[in-house]
Design a protein around this ligand. Structure first.
Ligand SMILES: [Mg+2]
Length: 382
């Protein structure tokens, strides 16, 4: 392995944020979750709360019965997301190779031999700048880093190198292996496999008989082997499409049809990446090579081609409506992550368009972008 891999996991993240924001809550039993009468569940609880047996996903009512003096706070997701982004920015100072797993967890790949010193620096930076506790597991692959992190919690760091596997990992319960949920655990127990070591020593063909191909993966994991790569996200800052015409274009309608197609492509690429944008730019090059870009930032983030095209058309009318044109381009920026269209609440005003977009995107993913007629092609057919 060329890298050290570390897993960084913020401790009791939501509760830690609340305790940082409200110093009077530090050292207290804090539960972040839903309302006790609305069948709410515990989202996160502070380590103080864990001493009472309170756990994530437990009904809040039950948690409060275990510890009546606990402080119950609603989930403030906007705040947690902001801090999560700040933590990610801290990670980015140390390496560009980051795989975020969730709002409070990420794998980082570091130069071989630098895992420990970097982990120490990351922990102190996150603590000093954001006041948050973070645990870090250090090793050479994802699996060992993950288990090391489990062992490090709370608020500490731990290494788990391949040579430590027999002494450190084998005595642990087998459910620590990723992929071993309650069902698999029960099945393994039936065959006398209770610890990671039992699994590591179990004959491979026996495991294949019980679990199929997954049996081999489980055995590899139990021996500390894992060749999964980090799934890196290199941040996209903008998405753009432009077209240089073979000949200067005098036809306003054709220029707009081209901008419509470019808007559709940009919108499609945005949605493929589950992103939404806030800023739209129009780029125009005139016959004399004069080039202009004009942009608008909207209040609401968007990902539909109509939102993009309507703005582009508006910019075109205001700034660029003097033919002939050599080049037209559309660019969106101010990107943010967004859920898939399909889980938008019903009754959303653009619901019909969104349904259509979903269908078109599916077709394009299957057959390629060109499967649908473009506005330009339709104009040429007339
Ligand atoms: Mg965490």
């Amino acid at each position: 392995m060329k890298h050290d891999i570390i897993l960084c996991d913020l401790d009791a993240f939501f509760a830690s944020v609340e305790q940082f924001d409200r110093p009077e809550l530090r050292g207290k039993t804090v539960i972040v979750g839903g309302s006790p009468d609305a069948r709410g569940v515990v989202s996160t609880c502070s380590y103080e709360a864990r001493k009472y047996g309170i756990r994530s996903a437990m009904p809040v009512k039950k948690a409060l019965a275990l510890c009546p003096e606990a402080v119950l706070l609603p989930v403030n997701m906007e705040r947690y997301k902001k801090l999560s982004e700040k933590v990610l920015k801290i990670f980015e100072r140390f390496t560009p190779d980051i795989e975020p797993i969730s709002i409070d967890e990420a794998y980082l790949a570091l130069k071989k031999g630098t895992g420990c010193e970097t982990a120490v620096k990351i922990r102190s930076t996150v603590r000093e700048e954001l006041g948050l506790p973070i645990s870090i597991g250090i090793s050479i692959n994802k699996l060992l880093a993950k288990i090391a992190c489990e062992l490090a919690k709370p608020d500490n760091l731990k290494t788990l190198w391949p040579e430590d596997v027999p002494n450190t990992m084998w005595p642990l319960p087998v459910k620590l292996i990723p992929g071993v949920g309650p069902v698999t655990e029960k099945k393994l127990n039936l065959y006398g496999i209770k610890t990671v070591g039992d699994l590591a020593r179990f004959p491979a063909d026996g495991l294949v008989n019980i679990f199929g191909k997954n049996g081999i993966v489980l055995k590899h994991y139990a021996n500390g082997h894992d060749d999964r790569e980090l799934e890196l996200v290199h941040k996209v800052r903008s998405i753009s499409e432009e077209t240089t015409f073979p000949q200067d274009v005098f036809d306003r309608k054709f220029a707009l049809a081209t901008l419509f197609d470019l808007s559709a492509e940009v919108g499609y690429r945005l949605r493929c990446k589950s992103l939404r944008a806030r800023t739209i730019s129009l780029k125009l090059r005139f016959a004399d090579f004069k080039t202009i870009t004009r942009d608008i930032t909207l209040n609401e983030p968007f990902d539909t081609e109509s939102a993009i095209y309507n703005t582009v058309k508006d910019l075109f009318t205001r700034y660029g409506d003097n033919p002939p044109w050599r080049l037209v381009g559309v660019r969106v920026s101010g990107l943010e992550n967004w859920q898939q269209l399909s889980i938008l609440p019903p009754g959303d005003s653009g619901e019909k368009e969104k349904k259509l977009i979903l269908i078109r995107d599916r077709l394009r993913k299957k057959y390629g972008f060109e499967i649908l007629y473009s506005a330009r092609k339709l104009m040429k057919k007339q």
